[in-house]
Design a binder for this molecule. Sequence first.
Ligand SMILES: Nc1nc2[nH]cnc2c(=O)[nH]1
Length: 150
Amino acid sequence: MRAIAISRCAREHGNTPFGCLLVDINGNILLEQENIEITERDCTGHAEAALMRKASQLYSKDFLWQCTLYSSAEPCAMCSGAIYWGNVGRVVYVISEKRLRQLTGSHPQNPTLDLPCRQVFASGQKDIIVVGPLPQLEEEAVKVHEGYWK
Ligand SMILES: Nc1nc2[nH]cnc2c(=O)[nH]1
């Protein structure tokens, strides 16, 4: 899955191992985004938030509602907010926030929130479709995190 490959690139480039991409209704890849929080010294530099900043500059809200954001891991509350405000209509993720929390533990670099993206979206006013976690891809995605959260 492309989002997992992007998460591997993020780690290779010195960032936390997360990646995502935006795909239109016809399956065309519009944007790809690695996590940039370390190299850019940006606490909001999660892959999904960074992608949403670019997406909202390039595309209309009506267009983005027809798009899907694929992510290597479940969007955190901040990124879910960006997806909500940016108006992307569908999200697919591999690793759940719960599993991520087991991986990162209490690592100060990633004090993972125990707040599923579905819960964030359910507090809003639109029906964003959420697919995930994806058990058949989860181990491949988890592998990219191996040895990182020490
Ligand atoms: N899903 C996701 N979770 C994160 N936790 C820390 N950074 C990230 C990121 O870029 N994406």
